[in-house]
Design a protein around this ligand. Structure first.
Ligand code: ADP
Ligand code: NI
Length: 218
């Protein structure tokens, strides 16, 4: 990374922190910070443009549509304005905007855009949805939405359309079957796949304990 690129990264931090000040605990600055660190870890092992990876990771969640009345373009607009003000070249701006648009799990069936940098950030974002952190984030989101923790009468639906997924008000445990346990098979990079194994096993162990306790067996 060049010195002028590093200066832009440094000024991206306060910009993102400010925007995420009031965010839900699972989608706040600390989520972005973890994704940034994970993306840097993966990027060390994969051929890629490190500047784009860092910018994309830092800006990937500045305006999640589910917290902005379904507006799916706000994040790209805010990021574009910010990067243009810092004289980032138009090719990089467009690439980062494409990353923001395509990184989300909801958009996994819409694969019109592909790049090594997107694949790295997607893996980093998915890893942060798994393991101990993934479990914590999921229950935080369920609490934020006032959902039931678990309801044995409401089965999980792993095959949902994007609309059904967005509108689902199912108990939080169902989200494991609708997203979290599917992630290990969706990883793009070799490094991401390897890192996903441990987090996946931990979630399975958590669920075994959860049902054992729920039924009063253990
Ligand atoms: P994406 O933005 O990649 O489409 P989401 O925003 O749906 O992914 O998920 C980010 C995290 O927010 C999830 O990994 C989970 O922790 C939490 N989350 C999202 N939707 C739900 C839900 N319906 N129930 C519980 N947690 C959720
Ligand atoms: Ni994210």
């Amino acid at each position: 990374m060049t010195q002028s690129q590093q200066i832009i990264i440094d000024s991206t931090l306060p910009f993102v922190k400010e925007i995420l000040l009031e965010a839900e605990g699972g989608h706040d600055w600390w989520h972005t910070s973890r994704v940034w660190n994970l993306a840097k870890t993966i990027a060390r092992e994969e051929p890629c443009d490190h500047f784009v990876v860092e910018l994309g990771a830092l800006l990937h969640d500045i305006a999640d549509a589910k917290f902005h009345d379904g507006d799916e373009s706000l994040g790209t607009v805010l990021a574009g304005d910010f990067l243009e003000t810092h004289n980032v070249n138009p090719g990089v701006v467009e690439h980062v905007q494409n990353i923001i648009l395509h990184v989300s799990f909801r958009e996994r069936k819409n694969n019109r855009f592909k790049s090594a940098e997107l694949e790295i950030i997607q893996d980093a974002d998915r890893l942060d949805a798994m393991g101990a952190i993934g479990i914590a984030r999921t229950f935080n989101y369920g609490g934020y939405k006032n959902r039931e923790i678990y309801n044995p009468e409401i089965p999980a639906r792993p095959e949902m359309t994007k609309e059904e997924y967005k509108n689902s008000a199912a108990p939080t445990i169902n989200h494991f079957y609708e997203k979290l346990l599917l992630l290990k098979d969706l990883m793009n990079t070799k490094t991401g796949k390897a890192m996903a194994q441990r987090r996946h096993q931990f979630m399975e162990h958590f669920l075994d304990e959860f049902y054992g306790e729920w039924q009063g067996r253990i």
